[in-house]
Design a protein around this ligand. Structure first.
Ligand code: DX5
Ligand code: ZN
Length: 240
């Protein structure tokens, strides 16, 4: 199944929930995907780690291609790789709809964005907690989404860094200033207790691993709670 639902199809005044499978039971991926779909998740967040850019390893294109057969939800692929340009095509062919890579990786960001767009996917740029918002200024007009990391990339289940809300607000202003309709996503330590603060900072795409797949109240209730943050999105956001 090849599905292309690039993020540019969504309005950026709608709050989207993208559960991260990093927190799910990898022996039951098909069931976990079904549960996320039944819970009305908007996308599925896939964390790809190479053991070099981050000190952890996850999964590659064959696993993504297998997952593609079990859900029609868009795949929101987060590449934590030293050389994203080598892997954009295999992941696009495996069924990615949206591909985000790190500004800190060793690549020409504009060339990687072009590569992603030529493969029919939307493109995102992300930055680690220690990287200033100014680092993405040059690439901002080209991209469809900025992912603000609210933990050090590499592992699920870490504590949310509240200082990243200010960075999200700054990026929201930068996006509006250039007249872009890029989405803002946040990733790391998001729960029902901080999701509204993130939305108020202009974030409209919520990644959550632990808070969805390991929620005591169940996946459906957890996704519904995160969707509640729609009410906290800034009113001035015109949406596209
Ligand atoms: C961390 C990953 C995250 C992670 C989030 O490097 O990018 O997507 O799965 O997990 P939680 O929501 O548990 O912090
Ligand atoms: Zn991620």
């Amino acid at each position: 199944m090849t599905i292309k639902h690039p993020l540019s199809e969504f309005k950026n005044n709608r709050l989207l929930v993208s559960p991260s499978v990093l927190a799910c039971n990898f022996a039951c991926l098909a069931d976990e995907l079904k549960a996320a779909e039944e819970a009305e998740a908007d996308m599925i967040h896939l964390d790809i780690m190479d053991g070099h850019f981050v000190p952890n390893i996850t999964f590659g294109p064959p696993v993504v291609a297998s997952m593609r057969k079990y859900t029609t939800l868009p795949f929101d692929v987060h590449l934590m790789l030293v050389h994203p340009e080598q892997y954009v095509e295999p992941f696009a062919k495996a069924g990615a709809d949206h591909i985000t890579f790190h500004i800190e990786s060793e690549c020409d960001p504009a060339a990687v964005v072009r590569q992603i767009h030529e493969l029919g996917c939307s493109a995102g740029i992300t930055l680690k907690p220690g990287t200033p918002a100014s680092a993405i200024e040059a690439i901002l007009p080209e991209i469809d989404m900025v992912l603000v990391m609210s933990v050090e990339p590499g592992f699920g289940g870490q504590k949310f860094q509240p200082e990243m809300l200010k960075k999200a607000t700054d990026i929201h202003k930068m996006i509006r200033k250039i007249g872009s309709h890029a989405h803002i996503e946040i990733d790391g330590g998001i729960t029902r207790d901080n999701v509204c603060e993130a939305a108020a900072a202009g974030v409209n795409v919520i990644v959550a691993g632990t808070a969805v797949f390991r929620a005591p109240e169940g996946i459906k209730a957890a996704v519904a709670e995160l969707h509640e943050a729609q009410k906290a999105l800034p009113k001035e956001a015109p949406g596209k």
